[in-house]
Each structure stands twice: as C-alpha cells, then as structure tokens.
Design a protein around this ligand. Sequence first.
Ligand code: FAD
Length: 226
Amino acid sequence: MAELIFVKRIENAPNVYSFIFRSPENFKWIAGQFIQITFPHDNTDSRGTKRFFSISSAPFEKNVMVTTRIETQNSSSFKKAFFNLKPKTIVESTDPKGKLIVTKQDKKIIFVAGGIGITPIRSLILDLDYKNKLSNVDLLYANRDNDIPFRNDLENRKSNNSSFNIYYFISPDHICDETVKKIYRKFPDCRAFLSGPPGMVKSIEDLFISEGMTEENIKTDYFTGY
Ligand SMILES: Cc1cc2nc3c(=O)[nH]c(=O)nc-3n(C[C@H](O)[C@H](O)[C@H](O)COP(=O)(O)OP(=O)(O)OC[C@H]3O[C@@H](n4cnc5c(N)ncnc54)[C@H](O)[C@@H]3O)c2cc1C
C-alpha cells in the first residue's frame, strides 16, 4: 500500500482527464501496470470507493498519472468526487501489478487500444521511446471520435521513430476481423498487447489465436466496469 498525493488534473480530450500524483520514493512500477485506488468520499454509490486504473505515465516521468473518462452527469459517485480532488489530497493505492508489460523485445510488437484502454499503452510506448527501443512497433488505436487522448504524445514519438506506426480507427470505423488477420498474416512472428473494453479485447484476442498466435504471445488488460 502507498499514499499518493494529488498534484493536479489535466484535460486530455472532452470528458477525458488525467490525475497526477506524487508518490513515495519507493513506489516503483513497470510500464503497463495498474493500481487500485481507494478513495472514500461522501454519498458513495453502490460501486464503492475503489477503482482499478492503469498508470498512464511512464516510470521516467516520475509522477504517477491515471487517466479516465468522466461524463460528469452520468458518472459514479467515485468519479464525481475524484473530478473535484483538491491538491494535496491523499489517496491510497495498492502496489502496482499486472502483466501487460514488455519483458522481451525480440519480435514485432502490435499494441491494440480501444478508447481509454490507451492508458497502459501510452506508458509502454513512452517507456520504449525513452529506452531507444521504439522500433518495429505498430499501434492500432480505436476511438469513439477524433478527440484522441494522448494524440500529441504519440505523434511526437512517431516523428522520432521511423518504424513506429500508428493506425487510428475512428467510430464508426473499427478494428475489424480483416484488419487483424491482415496484420497477423504480414507479421506472424509478433507479440500483441490488447487493452480496452472487454468485448473488444476478447474478440481481437480470439481472432489472433484462431489465426495461429500462441497464448504466450498475447497480453491483455480488460477494462471492466464501463
Ligand atoms: C486492470 C484494469 C485497469 C483499468 N484501467 C483503467 C484506466 O486506466 N482508466 C479508466 O478509466 N478505467 C480503467 N479501468 C476501469 C475502471 O476500474 C472503472 O471500472 C471504470 O473506469 C468505470 O468507472 P465507474 O465505475 O466509476 O463508472 P463510470 O465511468 O462513472 O460510469 C460507467 C457507466 O456506468 C454507469 N454508472 C455509473 N455509476 C453507476 C451506478 N452507481 N449504478 C449503475 N450504473 C452506473 C454510467 O452511467 C456509465 O454508463 C480499469 C479496469 C481494470 C480491471
């Protein structure tokens, strides 16, 4: 367990906000991991006081950042209160965990993000870039509209890395079966990292597997709760 001290909130896109926290010196995470934050607040609804969030910042950025979608009207009591966090408020966090991490970089990497599922992938991409390892990497990023969270961060990395490619799929366009099959057939020796809504992650995971990818080459984060 660790205490995170709230520093500030940033708007990344309409209804998408990042929350930046100072963490204790010994709070370490690997790019791609998540935490569970406990945040007691008034008038707590049935969803309670705890939420999982991927850490959207990379370790070299030092501060812990979590990013979430908050539609103020329809949001849970947690998100309404979180939106109004005051600087210096302390929230409790578990130690970071999760397996959506790059352990070996001996193959092409395909990152697939659906909407706010970009959070761990932003961390992974910035971390690879920081380590001069952002090569032979593709990102497939589906979003509901053109207000794409972290677009600038991603485009900046792309301009410095000629073998890092980004493909956007803006609704009603989506990452369809044909796209996944085409990619897998072009790069059968790759690893896939999938993050986003459970339905989307599951269907893409199943598709890669049906095309012949082995389970050890696929890592997934299911963003349950939306
Ligand atoms: C490993 C992991 C990592 C995750 N990482 C992230 C992340 O980086 N960013 C992120 O945003 N989420 C992430 N999630 C999901 C996150 O934990 C929440 O479940 C999600 O953000 C939904 O939050 P919420 O419950 O506050 O609902 P909201 O986002 O406020 O609402 C979602 C939907 O539920 C409805 N709703 C809200 N409250 C209620 C209620 N009391 N009763 C009935 N319906 C309600 C809303 O109207 C809306 O349709 C992650 C989940 C996991 C498991």
